[in-house]
Structure formats: C-alpha cells, structure tokens
Design a protein around this ligand. Sequence first.
Ligand SMILES: [Zn+2]
Length: 297
Amino acid sequence: MTNDRSVLLFFIDGLGIGTRGPHNPLDNLDGSLPLAVFQNEEPETFLDGVVVPTDPCLGVPGRPQSASGQTTILTGVNAPAQIGYHKQGFPNQALRDIINAHSIFRQLTDAGVAPVTFANAYSRRFFVERPRWVSATTAAVEAAGLNFRTIDDVRAGAAVFMDYTNRFLIEKGEDVTERTEAEAATVLASIVAQNRFTLYEYFITDKVGHAQDMALAKVVLTSLALFIRELLKRLDLQRTTVILTSDHGNIEDLKSRNHTLHQVPTIIWGAQRERIAARIQTLADITPAIVSELLHR
Ligand SMILES: [Zn+2]
C-alpha cells in the first residue's frame, strides 16, 4: 500500500567525510553548514538533519568508484560485490543488467508509486547523438521508461541542469539565463512537490576533487551548501524526506587526486528522518529505505 509522502534523493558525486585541515576545502568554509561533516565530530545540523556516516566500500577491496557505487545507490544491490570490483566511470553490461532489473525508478513504478522523475536536464547533444557510454543515473531512468528533461524544460522553469546555476550551459552556447542558488532551488522544489520520488544529481564535486583545485572547491561547495539550504526552506518537510548521499569520497581530501576510502555523509531531512536513518549503514541500504518509506503507511 502506498502513502502520500515523497522523497528527494540528492546525489553528490565524490563527497566523503574527511578530517579537518588545510587539505579539506570544507574546513572553516563560510556557510557550508549542511555539508560540513568531519570525522570524529558531532556534526552541526541544519534544520535538524540527521547525518549517517555510510560505507561506500561495501566489503570489496580497493577504492570505491562511480559506476559501481551509483549502481548500488540506485538499485539497493551491492554492485561491487556482484561484479567483484569497484568499477570506474560508466556502467558496463553487468552493471547495466543490475540497473535494468532493479532501478529504483522501476521498483517504485512497479509498486504503483507515481509519478517519479529525474529532475536533471540533458543537453541537445544527448538526444541527437546518444553517447556510447551512459551514466548509472541515465541507465536507471531508462530502465523505467521515463522521459528525460531537456534544455527547453530548463528554459521553462521545469528542469535543473547538473550545474544548477546554468553557467556551464551558457558557456556551451545554450540560450538560457543564469540562475542564483535560490532560483534553482525554487525550480527543484516545485519538481519535488509534483512527484512522489525525485532524483537530482550533481557531479562537479568529483571533477574538482580530481583536479585538486582548492580555490574552485571552496567556491563550488559554498554555492552547493547555499543551494541545499535554499532548497530545504522551500520544501514541505512534513511530507517530503530529503536524502543526500554520495558514491565515494574525493573532494574532502585534496592532497590526493584519487577517490578516498572515507565513509560518505548520508544526510536526511524531514519528519521521517530518524526512522530512515536507522535503516542505513551502506550505500546498498538507500534504495530499500526509500522504497519502504514510500510504500508503507
Ligand atoms: Zn571520480
């Protein structure tokens, strides 16, 4: 039986729980409140968010990677354990098979939870010339036969680009206007209000982590924290649960260009936060927690 609650899964690529120090752009960063989580410290919370340090290593040796980590988050299947290693970049056939069978979008729609949506817009090029390799999120959306949002939707105030400020699109020559964090938050909040489940994906954090660019990391994280604050203010947190999580650490330690072995912060806001937090230990627990939240009274 379904209820009328809703969930936003806010996915951030490459954000782990690091130590304080000059290698961590989150340390002493102004206004970083929703994201400033450090090892061995009681986190400062914003709007009573609950922080659950979450295991991205999943019992498999090596550094956690995007394709297998995102597959795990979006299916509830321990993908690295299934394929025997942490897979970088884009899903291979084995991971796509897992996604096709177990995509969260598919689990929810099959159970009668609708509508569900991916809030991110795709650029025109994606539709004209489909890339040979697609992300786990793209594969998860396709597994449920959902439509992709477009740049026209961005223009109409009905989609958010991965770079929610639209600056990246403007640099690529798209005819869109720049958005403040508050304006982007208004658009995402309205999508969340119209859906039972919404996924939003942000991955500049991982790129900046690989580039080891401290100045850019501080700019990006300050803006991202502001976007999240503005978003939370615009949501009905009695009805909506927000689950923020990441696939692996990276940006929290700029000494190294690699992903880290750190736990990632799963941060949960909303009336049901404690109940959902109690279910989460690893990335494989995210999808089951969401499905349970939306299905049961
Ligand atoms: Zn990466």
